[in-house]
Design a protein around this ligand. Structure first.
Ligand SMILES: [Zn+2]
Length: 495
């Protein structure tokens, strides 16, 4: 009898892989970085479908892993959909990591392996090991990694973008947890209770076709999870209702979803419902996160050609510059007149209810556009900007001026400020002038706009951009009142 049970256990273990560290300890302890490393080591060793790789080292020297799941060598079959799922950028949001480890096991089950006929999957289960060990949001440099995807000063985010740039994933998912137990909501008497929330891309410079397909995915995943008795809704920050407006997730391109979305990826954020503390309800939290990730894989498998073709077409448009001649660099959230039926949990009755929200602003509109230039000239002395271009794998080269070009420079008249989703950012008053005297070509590098990061480059380098480099402390010195902005625009000479 004993023998048979042991045999059955072995069969079980080899069929679905090992238990995750969290399962092994019966959900009594969050998975540590050491345990995660060991788990991935064994997963890699046990299965031909799994390969692990170190993609970066954290500030405190811990390894960040990518786990590749592929039937014929990751990225080798160009017809497959390349999907990237990454979790736990915020160290106090553990269920993304725990769910990602469950997902590795799920993918090894024979009934799920069909997904790998059309998908090459990369999983980065833990983006912020230093924060995780201390159960804190930020990384070892006290930086919020999910506000670092534009400037890429942190090794963790730089490593992720290096990975993205290597494979140019079609589909990406950034996994988080939201914390619904805040004081303002307690006073309001209700709180959000959805087990999984999904945010789509909202920056209006991203391909409209991709944005529309993202909305379709949102409908799919809500139904998919409902079938599994998991509650799911759109991720809508703000509130409580009529205290603060409710909107779709940020249009800033410095987070995990939008920084990849702005490169015309099919990109999402998934927010599980956090516990009151890290272990609270951790089994269910991890399983619902895993189910959400699995939902994305199922949808992607079913719509493989549609997604693959759409992403290829829309990326080609960025590279060839076959996009709008104008680009929005200041945006805001607006109402479209519709009211939101928001599912909430009542603190009084402990039951689910629907609240109708009047101040709901689901539409993002441009406040300020600029004309897209042919490219930018960055002075070679601006080392920090040239390093930045390198971290994003931007194409750049020496500049050769021609009479087809006109060179423009901004003069910073005054530095005002503006509201940005409740924060205050710089808003310089500028004047654009043509440079008519001879330009010393050797003093500059030229970053052409027509490349995959087309939108990102313009949004980053325009001085009036609400989302640009100048809004970060590291680059604030690029703006000086009464002086010229040293990064130049190259535009077509129409004379
Ligand atoms: Zn988070």
């Amino acid at each position: 009898m004993k023998k048979i049970l042991f045999f059955q256990f072995l069969f079980f273990a080899s069929a679905v892989g090992q238990l995750t560290p969290l399962q092994k300890c019966n959900y009594t302890k969050i998975t540590s970085h050491d345990e995660l490393s060991q788990f991935l080591e064994v997963a890699d060793h046990n299965s031909d479908l799994v390969t692990k790789e170190v993609i970066a080292e954290s500030v405190e020297g811990r390894k960040l892993y990518a786990v590749y799941l592929s039937k014929d060598g990751f990225g080798k079959d160009e017809t497959k959909l390349k999907i990237l799922i990454f979790a736990q950028q915020h160290g106090n949001e553990h269920s993304g990591k725990e769910g990602a480890l469950l997902l590795i096991n799920e993918m090894l089950r024979s009934e799920n392996q069909y997904l790998l006929d059309k998908i090459d999957l990369a999983i980065v289960p833990q983006m912020n090991p230093d924060g995780s060990e201390k159960n804190q949001r930020r990384n070892g440099n006290a930086m919020d990694l999910n506000r670092n995807h534009l400037i890429l000063t942190e090794p963790e985010t730089a490593g992720l973008h290096k990975l993205f740039n290597k494979y140019l994933f079609d589909v990406t998912l950034d996994v988080h947890e939201y914390f619904p137990y805040g004081e303002t909501w307690k006073i309001y008497g209700y709180r959000t209770d959805n087990e999984v929330e999904i945010g789509t891309v909202t920056n209006i410079n991203i391909s409209q076709n991709i944005t529309e397909l993202s909305r379709e995915y949102l409908n799919f995943i809500i139904d998919y999870l409902k079938d599994k008795e998991i509650s799911c809704f759109e991720y809508l920050p703000g509130g409580p209702p009529e205290v603060n407006y409710i909107r779709r997730s940020t249009f800033d391109i410095n987070d995990g979803r939008q920084s990849l979305g702005i490169q015309n990826s099919f990109s999402f954020i998934q927010e599980g419902k956090n516990g009151i503390d890290s272990l609270d309800n951790i089994k269910r939290r991890s399983e619902t996160q895993m189910a959400g990730m699995m939902g994305l894989l199922v949808y992607s498998y079913r719509h493989k050609d549609e997604i693959k073709n759409l992403i290829a077409d829309q990326r080609e448009k960025l590279v060839k510059g076959e996009i709008s001649p104008n680009i929005s660099i200041q945006l805001d959230h607006f109402s479209d007149g519709s009211k939101l039926e928001l599912p909430l949990l009542s603190y009084y009755s402990d039951s689910d209810t629907i609240i109708t929200v009047a101040d709901y602003r689901p539409v993002v509109k441009s406040l300020y556009d600029v004309e897209r230039p042919i490219g930018y000239l960055v002075p070679k002395v601006l080392n920090e900007v040239i390093d930045w271009a390198g971290k994003h794998s931007l194409v750049y080269y020496d500049f050769k001026n021609s009479n087809e070009y006109k060179i423009e420079q901004y003069h910073i008249i005054r530095i005002d400020s503006m509201d940005f989703e409740g924060d205050i950012v710089v808003n310089p008053i500028t004047e654009l002038k043509e440079i008519t005297n001879q330009l010393s070509e050797n003093d500059y590098i030229f970053i052409p706009a027509n490349q995959l990061k087309n939108n990102m480059i313009v949004i980053a380098l325009e001085p009036k951009s609400e989302l640009g480099l100048v809004t970060y402390r590291n680059y604030a010195n690029l703006l000086k009142e009464g002086e010229n902005y040293s990064i130049l625009r190259v535009v077509k000479n129409l004379k």
